[in-house]
Design a protein around this ligand. Structure first.
Ligand code: ADP
Ligand code: MG
Length: 681
């Protein structure tokens, strides 16, 4: 039914409601208040304190009195009493109210308390006659509004819609589930979310509505995922015995977490379903080698692999380390980035198409149309947060249902990962290789720069290297680069004049970047001054100091990534955050970074500081919008919803049972709104 025909709406208000994204009766029922005003607490005149808003039960005990202290300004006073004492109701410029009261009237009022001398005043109160209370003595909703629509109007509309339509709402959660979790039924929940009988009922109503929303969302995502898995037949890779030997030959022992994750990948590869797997692991957890193992398996099985990285620096570095890991095998690896010569590119493309290249590493140059494989079996994306869903898809379309791995160093709590990457299986490398020393982190003011520089010098004299990062200037890349150049020149001419320094920024030619990076890696440079281009992936174990200028301009996750560039070797590492100004949120960020190096904790805090919307941009992930639940604050409810959703899917993968009839409909509606048609089998 169109909302226009709801009592109290009409065409004009309907168009205003549409601005609030309310188009149907259901939208209205689920339009939850942003807050509540508790008018349920009563006090006596004696108990009231100045400034509070409260409800009182009073009796009119004298005639109205109107004062006119100035022209165009009047004060109406109605004397009142209760068993504790005397007071008066006060209105400004509303003389017409005088006739509404007679001595002896019993009133229920709610308003703000003021005291003038000895007199207790209730200022601009709302009032109702005893008996049929509508607005006082209750917890009242405060709605998000739009221009030309008041909260009182919303309350009236909501009262009508609940009275006329609530009875038609069907319960869609199975009764056994509701009873087990002690959830309110749907009608009570909708009633209480708008007009709660008390606080407890409000909390229960919110919990139920939040739960149903998260359950619906999670079920929908699980169903999409099951579909993806059952529909796409994938390559069935054989068992590869040589892999153990290869693992034995590595210069280090795999961590338990790496073994566990590779096992998950291996099982996936050997099944006949296409793999779609997210590998999450904090910076330095050793994701690359896990990818190499998978590529080794693909190669031994006669398939080609591709690995895509977001920057040339990173792609080059991956290419080098992959080649090194595989140097004693006859694997043909190639690097495809924008900066190689056309002639070389053509050769590589030809070899790739003819199957003479086994592993190719590159930037997004690799998803261009002219890149063709002979038999792509495995597609890996590194640092997936830098790529969109489309690029990821483009990469896997280079083959026929190749297995897909995406790797990310942005750790998010598992509960959220299940939502945001609902279409992917998730593996987590939740352990760092042993022997890593905790990075010491210090937040300092600009007055400490001299001491910081001396410290850097001393470490360099001991044979170490340092990164110095200057901030991105949001408004302009040119300004950023100027700032980097300026910092570089200042340091080079002054404190570090005897040291070898390099400068790296995004606008440099790829070849120049490579040279600088190589020089730094080979220790021809002591200090690398850089913009955030080194944020992801760069690995130079001898470098043990990270100095970040204007650290207050970076987000938590970004600072954590930057810090992850050090602490990769055997030396004690340091991260020094130089702050300008005294911003509160920035201070909080610095405090968190000093306290922990655990990426999962940091991302949870980041989430808390920024809120989930900003953190993920759920829209970007294509997730239906939530009306009641909040992915962050309702984490506990989310966990329960996920547990229940898993149970349901396990027991009845297509939710065919009649007890899920309405729930299925609900899921379909939710996903339809975000443009996805969910078809059940
Ligand atoms: P990230 O997960 O951040 O991509 P990398 O794969 O770059 O991490 O690994 C970081 C460093 O740790 C590399 O130098 C790598 O060779 C090394 N490494 C990886 N796994 C182990 C391990 N199990 N033991 C010791 N060092 C390891
Ligand atoms: Mg990496």
């Amino acid at each position: 039914m169109s909302i226009q025909y709801i009592k109290g709406v009409g065409p004009k208000r309907a168009s205003k409601l549409r601005r609030l994204n309310i188009n149907t009766v259901e939208d209205l029922l689920y339009f939850v208040p942003r807050d509540y005003e508790d008018r349920s607490k009563f006090k006596t005149l004696r108990e009231c304190t100045i400034g509070e808003k409260t409800s009182l039960e009073v009796e009119v005990c004298g005639p109205p009195n109107i004062l006119r202290p100035r022209k165009n300004f009047s004060i109406l006073k109605i004397p009142i009493k209760d068993e504790s004492g005397y007071g008066c109701l006060v209105w400004f410029n509303q003389d017409y109210l005088r006739d509404r009261f007679a001595i002896g009237n019993k009133l229920i009022v709610n308003g703000k308390i003021n005291k003038m001398g000895m007199e207790i005043q209730i200022v601009n109160p709302i009032f109702e006659k005893e008996g049929n209370l509508k607005k006082i003595g209750k917890i009242m909703p405060i709605y998000p509004l739009t221009e030309g629509l008041t909260n009182n109007e919303m309350i009236n509309i909501m009262t009508n819609v609940l009275r006329d339509n609530l009875k038609k709402v069907e319960e869609f959660l199975p009764v056994d589930l509701r009873e087990r979790l002690n959830l309110l039924d749907i009608k009570k929940s909708l009633m209480n979310i708008h007009f709660p009988t008390n606080k407890d009922q409000l909390l229960r109503a919110r919990a139920r509505l939040s739960f149903e929303e998260l359950l619906t969302l999670q079920l929908g995502l699980f169903i999409i995922k099951n579909k993806a898995n059952s529909y796409n037949e994938g390559i069935k890779f054989p068992k590869v015995k040589e892999i153990d030997e290869f693992i034995e030959s590595l210069p280090f022992k795999l961590t338990e977490a790496q073994k566990k994750v590779f096992k998950e990948i291996e099982e996936n590869m050997e099944s006949n379903k296409q793999m779609n797997r997210l590998v999450q692991g904090d910076v330095g957890s050793g994701k690359t080698i896990v990818a190499v193992l998978a590529m080794f398996k693909a190669w031994k099985s006669g398939f080609q692999s591709v690995m895509m990285a977001p920057t040339e620096i990173l792609a080059t570095q991956h290419f080098e380390s992959i080649s090194k890991f595989l140097s004693s095998y006859n694997v043909k690896c190639e690097l495809l980035v924008g900066s190689i010569s056309n002639k070389r590119k053509e050769e590589i493309l030809k070899d790739l198409q003819e199957g003479n290249v086994d592993i190719i590493v590159g930037t997004h140059a690799i998803i261009q149309d002219n890149v063709q494989f002979k038999n792509l079996g495995l597609a890996i994306t590194d640092e997936q947060h830098r790529f969109g869903v489309k690029q990821r898809a483009a990469l896997s379309q280079k083959g026929t249902n190749p297995d897909v791995i995406v790797m990310t160093a942005t750790p998010i709590p598992r509960t959220l990962a299940l939502i945001l990457y609902g279409d992917l299986d998730i593996s987590i490398i939740d352990e760092l290789p042993p022997g890593r020393k905790e990075i010491e982190t210090y937040a300092v003011g600009t007055d400490m720069i001299k001491r910081v520089n001396n410290f850097v010098k001393k470490q360099i004299e001991e044979g170490r290297q340092a990164y110095i990062v200057c901030p991105l200037i949001e408004e302009s890349e040119t300004l950023t680069i100027n700032a980097a150049e300026e910092l570089y020149n200042n340091l080079k001419e002054d404190v570090f004049k005897d040291l070898n320094m390099g400068l790296l920024h995004g606008k440099m030619k790829a070849k120049e970047k490579d040279e600088i990076m190589d020089d730094f890696k080979n220790h021809k440079l002591d200090i690398l001054v850089s913009t955030t281009v080194i944020e992801v992936g760069v690995n130079v174990p001898n470098s043990n100091i990270m100095v970040i200028y204007n650290a207050e301009r970076f987000g938590l996750a970004q600072l954590h990534q930057l810090r992850g560039r050090v602490g990769r070797g055997n030396h004690q590492s340091y991260c020094i955050l130089i702050n300008e100004g005294n911003n509160k949120v920035a201070r909080e960020r610095m405090r968190i970074l000093q306290q922990t190096t655990d990426g999962f904790k940091i991302s949870e805090k980041d989430l808390e500081l920024r809120g989930p919307g900003e953190f993920f941009g759920t829209r970007q992930h294509g997730i239906p919008e939530l009306k009641v639940a909040n992915l962050f604050t309702d984490m506990e409810i989310l966990k329960i919803a996920q547990r229940e959703a898993l149970e349901i899917i396990k027991e009845d993968p297509n939710m065919c049972s009649s007890k899920y009839y309405y729930l299925r409909q609900k899921i379909q509606e939710m996903f339809k709104k975000s443009g996805k048609d969910l078809i059940f089998n």
